[in-house]
Design a protein around this ligand. Structure first.
Ligand code: ADP
Ligand code: MG
Length: 589
């Protein structure tokens, strides 16, 4: 029995009592900020206190660990670090502020989440002894540094995934969380992990680093590792980590493929307590002896489904299971994924210990937020059809165009460019610099049209996309759901248009189901095609794997928590078994 279905009764009660009543919401929000965090706030924002002023910046330049008095940890082993506790050794105390850094980290605009929509998202936690969720950041003690940085980021209250994940992680429970992109997963894991690192101090990791420093090998032993599928996503997580590590002694680093490894190594050598990495590059770093995971207490797999789709499973297993990483149960592991197919369930079984399963529904519903249109367009007509769509789109709204191949992306970008459209593209063959530049051009609105392959766009926080165009439809419905999720995010309305022709026959049935489910207009030709396919035979020959994950997507994104309806994804015998419409359903009803 999967851990999150064990003690079902207990966890159900937990959920009910910590449930979704609007009264609780109101109470919690009205008390937000009225607590004692005022006190810590005043000291946090008290600039230039103490005689250590300025050292923060010094340290920012790196290489001066010893100067900050950390050497003292060396004297005792293990836990005795607190024996010699002075203000300087205490990682929970904020370092002096730096106006320059503050400006750099926090001056960017906030996306402005529409919490009115967010608050309605259903969330369910299953698993034994699940800690109750919080309603405001001040409901849980994350320490002075974190609270100060939350204030600086101007996050006024937690998103649903944060409300649930933060206390779960704070209590050191392993977590498997299914939530859509844009729901605030990054802070959901960074805040509790960093707050614990601040509270506990560096422990053995620091000693190990100093030990091996004596032998001239500058291997780093990060306390926390975050694995992410793409360079862009890794950089985003890193940027977020820098914000929440402001005024702390934690130094975040990021490593990813396609960029100069020498530069990344030099950066690591300046100290690395929290590492964000793509799996391939991390394996490389480990093999070069630059990173040791021996003291990695917190492991996060972000966008786990995408990492597997990209073929990273061997590298992930190498990192987690075949090296020096502490075993599950010793380390604390969190997995995040948009979907929960069989491969992810297997990974969860292997990596997580007595985990809590968190399912977070969609912002509103697809039907509410995203208008989905499917149009029949023959291959040769696609370009002119696209121009019509682009001309009908407002000048300053962002349009994301998905194509299937890298070559297709280049060709379409060239075409649009010659037609006089400000556009850019992003795909796996682009150099790192080109990709970052393209993304910047798009986000800033300089190039309001971005042509992308699915892999390159995964996990990116591209907000305010008004229109997603599937110039080429993907071959599976999961990918379709991911793509259209780029629009209608954070409570905004969005439009998704897909070009359909003979090449996309394989997605007919799933697409039709999805449109019906989301109460979208269904073209009659699509219905006819699905009907014909069904009657050509094969339609009722058992459910495919894809159908199974479609059930799951609907469950998570479209019809969360509406009882009945769907049969059990789970068998009582555990992971990923057969699809069994008679069995226990997802929520154990
Ligand atoms: P995900 O990883 O789920 O795709 P992100 O962590 O990238 O989502 O967050 C999406 C956006 O929402 C980011 O721009 C982030 O800064 C913002 N955000 C996250 N949490 C909050 C919050 N509590 N209040 C306001 N904005 C938030
Ligand atoms: Mg994310």
């Amino acid at each position: 029995i999967p851990p999150h279905l064990r003690n079902r009764e207990a966890s159900k009660q937990g959920f009910d009592s910590g449930g979704w009543s609007s009264r609780r919401d109101k109470d919690a929000y009205s008390s937000f900020g009225a607590r004692s965090d005022r006190d810590s706030k005043s000291s946090f924002f008290d600039r230039g206190t103490g005689s250590r002023g300025g050292r923060y910046e010094e340290r920012g330049r790196g290489g001066d660990y010893d100067r900050s008095g950390f050497g003292r940890f060396d004297r005792g082993g293990g836990n005795s670090r607190w024996c010699d506790k002075s203000d300087e050794d205490d990682w929970s105390k904020p370092l002096p502020p730096s106006e320059r850094l503050e400006q750099e980290l926090f001056s960017g605009s906030n996306t402005g989440i529409n919490f009115e929509k967010y608050d309605d998202i259903p969330v369910e936690a299953t698993g034994s002894n699940c800690p109750p969720h919080i309603e405001s950041f001040s409901d849980v003690d994350m320490g002075e540094i974190i609270m100060g940085n939350i204030e600086l980021t101007r996050y006024t209250r937690p998103t649903p995934v944060q409300k649930h994940a933060i206390p779960i992680i704070k209590e050191k429970r392993d977590l498997m969380a299914c939530a859509q992109t844009g729901s605030g997963k990054t802070a959901a894991f960074l805040l509790p992990i960093l707050s614990q690192i601040y509270a506990d101090g560096p422990g053995d990791a620091l000693r190990a680093m100093k030990e091996n420093g004596r032998y001239g090998r500058r291997k780093q032993y990060p306390i926390s590792l975050v694995l992410a599928p793409t360079r862009e996503l890794a950089v985003q997580i890193y940027e977020e980590a820098r914000k929440f590590a402001y005024r702390s002694r934690v130094r975040p680093c990021v490593v990813y493929g396609g960029a100069d490894i020498g530069q990344q190594i030099r950066d690591l050598e300046r100290g690395c307590h929290l590492l964000v990495a793509t799996p391939g590059r991390l394996v490389d770093m480990m093999e070069r002896g630059k990173i040791g995971l021996d003291f990695c207490k917190y492991l996060v797999l972000d966008e786990a489904d995408r990492m597997l789709d990209m073929g990273f499973e061997p590298q992930i297993r190498r990192i987690v299971e075949q090296d020096t990483m502490p075993p599950k149960g010793v380390r604390h592991t969190m997995m995040f994924s948009a979907t929960f197919p069989k491969e992810i369930q297997m990974l969860a079984r292997d990596f997580l210990d007595e985990y809590i399963f968190l399912a977070v529904g969609r912002v509103g519903s697809t039907s509410e937020n995203i208008t989905q249109k499917v149009v029949w367009v023959e291959e040769p007509d696609k370009r002119s059809f696209l121009l019509d769509l682009l001309n009908a789109t407002g000048k300053d709204s962002l349009t994301l165009v998905f194509v299937e191949t890298k070559k297709g992306a280049d060709a379409l970008e060239d075409f649009l460019y010659h037609e006089g459209y400000a556009c850019t593209s992003i795909h796996g063959d682009r150099s790192q610099r080109d990709r970052e530049e393209a993304l910047h051009q798009f986000r800033s609105g300089k190039s309001p049209i971005l042509v992308a392959t699915a892999v390159a766009a995964r996990g990116l926080d591209i907000s305010n996309v008004k229109h997603v165009i599937n110039f080429d439809l993907p071959s599976d419905i999961e990918e379709y759901v991911h793509r259209i999720g780029r629009t209608g995010r954070v409570g905004n309305l969005g439009l998704a248009t897909s070009f359909f022709n003979e090449r996309n026959i394989n997605i007919t049935k799933d697409l039709l189901d999805l449109l019906v489910e989301a109460k979208q207009e269904v073209p009659s030709w699509l219905e006819n095609m699905a009907y014909e396919q069904h009657h050509k035979g094969g339609g009722s020959r058992g459910r495919s794997k894809r159908c199974k994950s479609l059930e799951l997507i609907k469950r998570h994104f479209l019809l969360p928590f509406i009882g009945g309806g769907y049969g059990g994804f789970y068998n009582s015998d555990g992971y990923g078994g057969n699809y069994n419409s008679q069995g226990v359903d997802w929520w154990g009803n």
